[in-house]
Design a protein around this ligand. Structure first.
Ligand SMILES: Nc1nc2c(c(=O)[nH]1)N[C@H]1C(S)=C(S)[C@@H](COP(=O)(O)O)O[C@H]1N2
Ligand SMILES: [Mo]
Length: 377
């Protein structure tokens, strides 16, 4: 089969070279998605023996921005790649030997899983959970299947890839002018991938912000100049967040202490510039002011944390109502219980009366509308 698609009778843009060139870009996009995806997963589901770094504070902002940019670019690349091989996916007889069967099975898995991964990834960006399975667990599990199938696919196709790579530049064009149409096709695919990126990357890359017309969230747009992922109304906290008897309870083996908002305001205040970096791809830096978490724990008489803290929100339902904070973030002086954002009292949609903001963590862990912090050891 490898030799067949190099034959002169192949439609020019569907030659092995086109497939290899597009495949190279798609493979790179998938590898970036995989690496950055594993990093995001480890931040959200930490392994006890692998402490994740709190610096640089913008590291997750960078990796997750890249994840979504590469995933977005993968959509046109994947469609282009499928188009160049489309007829070959349906050759007859479907299976000629055991080796052929394995090759075809791995391609079927690769194509199917790739399509599902980019589709549910895009759906997650626009918060359209129209599928009956949990997004993150599924996206993560399928990523491993995809990478495995990709490795098999590359192994099987190595002779074709090597042949294309060995060819001299002069061999590229043939008498029928295939090089030109191939170049046109690749330029079109490149332009599609570049525009998909350019029109969305501004949700995380400030320099591209003016071009961001497709991404659901805009930099600088939202209360206090910062986008909102879930509002107080959506979280069901519009009353509890402004209740006059609100207190933040800090518990530890040493005991429990309640802090009113005035108590928190009378503790030493610190101001830090830290990003909100949403797993959905948008991110923005902001200026936060409040009590350093480590100072608060100290004021509550809690021991220096050595196990994950349990952080509870006033929000009663939903995955982010409760989060865990590994001890390295709790001990980090940049981690704040923020009371102010960009120079004003925290907007209710940003987590009034108090929220967590820690360096290098995904937005989902930056719990809003705090109710309780528990030091377990
Ligand atoms: N209690 C609670 N905290 C939460 C959330 C939530 O739904 N409930 N959403 C998180 C997510 S996904 C993000 S990206 C950030 C967004 O913070 P912002 O709305 O202040 O920009 O808040 C996080 N904190
Ligand atoms: Mo988020």
């Amino acid at each position: 089969m490898g030799a067949a698609h190099d034959a002169a009778s192949d439609p020019p843009v569907k030659s092995a070279r086109t497939t290899v060139v597009v495949g190279r870009l798609l493979g790179a996009a998938f590898l970036i998605c995989f690496g950055t995806g594993v990093y995001s997963h480890l931040l959200q589901d930490p392994l006890p023996w692998l402490p994740m770094p709190t610096r640089p504070v913008e590291l997750f902002r960078f990796t997750q921005g890249l994840h979504v940019i590469a995933g977005t670019a993968a959509v046109p690349l994947l469609l282009a790649k499928l188009w160049t091989v489309y007829p070959r996916l349906f050759t007859w007889p479907p299976v000629t030997s055991v080796a052929h069967f394995l090759e075809r099975a791995s391609i079927a898995v690769l194509v199917g899983v790739s399509l599902v991964e980019v589709t549910i990834g895009l759906m997650n960006l626009v918060q359209w959970y129209a599928f009956p399975f949990p997004f993150r667990a599924t996206h993560f599990a399928l990523a491993w299947v995809l990478i495995g199938a990709l490795a098999i696919h590359l192994g099987v196709k190595l002779p074709v890839i090597a042949r294309v790579w060995r060819r001299q530049p002069g061999d590229r064009a043939d008498a029928t002018g295939r090089f030109v149409s191939r170049r046109g096709f690749l330029a079109a695919v490149g332009a599609a991938a570049a525009s998909a990126v350019a029109l969305t990357a501004g949700q995380s890359v400030p320099a591209l912000a003016p071009l961001n017309v497709l991404a659901p969230r805009r930099m600088g747009v939202g209360p206090q100049g910062l986008p909102i992922n879930r509002t107080a109304a959506q979280a069901g906290v519009t009353e509890t967040a402004v209740a006059p008897d609100w207190v933040l309870t800090v518990t530890s083996p040493a005991g429990s202490r309640d802090f009113t908002l005035d108590d928190l305001r009378s503790l030493p205040q610190a101001e830090e510039v830290l990003p909100i970096a949403c797993v959905e791809g948008w991110s923005q830096s902001a200026s936060w002011r409040g009590v350093r978490l480590i100072d608060l724990l100290d004021a509550a008489g809690a021991p220096e944390p050595s196990a994950p803290l349990r952080i509870e929100s006033l929000q009663e339902r939903g995955a982010f109502a409760r989060t865990e904070m590994p001890p390295q973030y709790a001990r980090d002086p940049l981690t704040l219980v923020a009371l102010e954002l960009n120079g004003g009292t925290l907007d209710i949609d940003h987590g009034y009366p108090a929220r967590v903001i820690a360096p290098g963590r995904p937005g989902v862990m930056q719990t809003k509308w705090l109710r309780r912090i528990e030091v377990t050891a």
